[in-house]
Design a protein around this ligand. Structure first.
Ligand code: SF4
Length: 370
């Protein structure tokens, strides 16, 4: 069978679509948003799945679906409730966008997802990918969806060796998917292509022997699957260094809410101080830093080893100190607000991942301190 690129005969496109959709209908993973009717489960899952694997997003989907069974309940929630439920998944801007999109759908569209591309695209947090995914899967509209899985499958099928980070290459791939898209069943076609990438045409070891599209595939035919897609190395991330202060006073810990804009906006954390490097400092110097920044005087009890957390453009290195302080009036600095809370109440706050990881250590140290 000729590779698709050579196939000017529409028969090849038709049989390609049929094979893909037939395979998808018989092999798709039984995910809850696929089992349910209506657009709301698709809408919710598309927000949760951005830059996240299905396995990781699944428990969050179930939690959100249970807590917010309708778009109205989600719209009525507070931002803090949504962020708290989202905590641990990362990319918190998505949580705020999900919440704002729900509010816009309720206030401007009467609680119904706008089933046309320009209005869908105007919703908070909905870009071309999410708009196309929701419209094609939930409303069977003819919009091609291109995610990382689709890029991989298409570059292998057609032997596209250009750098997939480049806009030009992305455009070629988008046009290719638009050309292949099944006009009768665009949603099933899109889901099929994404599912094939996620479960068969895997990055390192594609299961070509189980692939319904094998006979169309250039990379398979020339035994070059490992060479596609080509992705140039990413730009190096900026290194940031933080001292994190677990400030303790009379059985309570100091929590701080980050500003409403920027990285981890409106999330909660333990107060931090940005430093130039992680080179060791004497205890006196660390106490002085705490006093200079937050006006808190105290004793440093313990310190963690070095932790790392990666964000899209930043790699954060941090170490935490448990500081027992005398008074509980702290300077706000750049934070929105601060609160003193007992350890048992921390789970009620949307604390971002890097600091959430410290809670187990805090429990341990506080217990040892008695
Ligand atoms: Fe991917 Fe292999 Fe299928 Fe080609 S034959 S699309 S490389 S799984």
């Amino acid at each position: 069978m000729p590779a698709l690129k050579d196939a000017t005969n529409p028969y090849h496109k038709t049989s390609f679509r049929h094979r893909l959709i037939h395979w998808f209908e018989h092999n798709k993973r039984p995910l809850p948003w696929r089992e349910e009717k209506g657009w709301y489960p698709i809408f919710l899952s598309e927000f949760l799945l951005q830059q996240t694997q299905v396995e990781q997003a699944l428990p969050y989907y179930l939690r959100f679906r249970n807590r917010f069974p309708t778009i109205e309940t989600l719209a009525q929630a507070t931002e803090q409730e949504v962020l708290t439920l989202w905590a641990g998944l990362g990319y918190y801007a998505r949580a705020r966008h999900l919440h704002k999109a729900a509010q816009t759908i309720v206030s401007r569209h009467g609680g119904l997802f706008p089933d046309n591309y320009p209005e869908a695209l105007s919703l908070p947090g909905i870009g071309p990918y999410t708009a196309s995914a929701i419209l094609s899967i939930a409303f069977n509209r003819r919009h091609a969806v291109v995610d990382g899985n689709v890029v991989r499958v298409i570059s292998r099928l057609f032997g596209i060796g250009a750098d997939v980070r480049l806009q030009n290459t992305k455009q070629v791939i988008r046009e290719t998917v638009e050309d292949l898209l099944d006009p009768e069943s665009p949603g099933l076609f899109n889901e099929g292509l994404m599912e094939l990438g996620a479960t068969v045409c895997k990055p390192l070891k594609p299961h070509c022997t189980n692939c319904p599209l094998q006979s169309y595939c250039n990379a398979y035919r020339y035994e070059r699957t490992a060479q596609f897609p080509y992705k140039s190395p990413p730009a190096p991330k900026k290194l940031n260094y933080h001292y994190v202060f677990i400030v303790h006073n009379s059985g309570r810990l100091l929590l701080a809410q980050r500003p409403g804009k920027g990285l981890l906006a409106a999330m909660w954390e333990f107060p931090v101080i940005a430093v130039e490097s992680m080179q060791p400092r004497k205890e006196g110097a660390i106490r002085q830093l705490l006093f200079d920044h937050y006006g808190l005087e105290g004793v440093i009890h313990s310190q963690t080893s070095l932790h790392r957390q990666t964000y899209s453009h930043i790699e954060l290195h941090y170490t935490a100190f448990l500081a027992d302080v005398k008074a509980n009036a702290a300077q706000l600095r750049h934070y929105r607000q601060m609160k003193w809370e007992p350890l048992g109440r921390l789970q009620q706050y949307p604390i971002h991942n890097a600091h959430k990881k410290l809670i187990h250590w805090i429990e341990h140290v506080l217990e040892a301190m008695g």
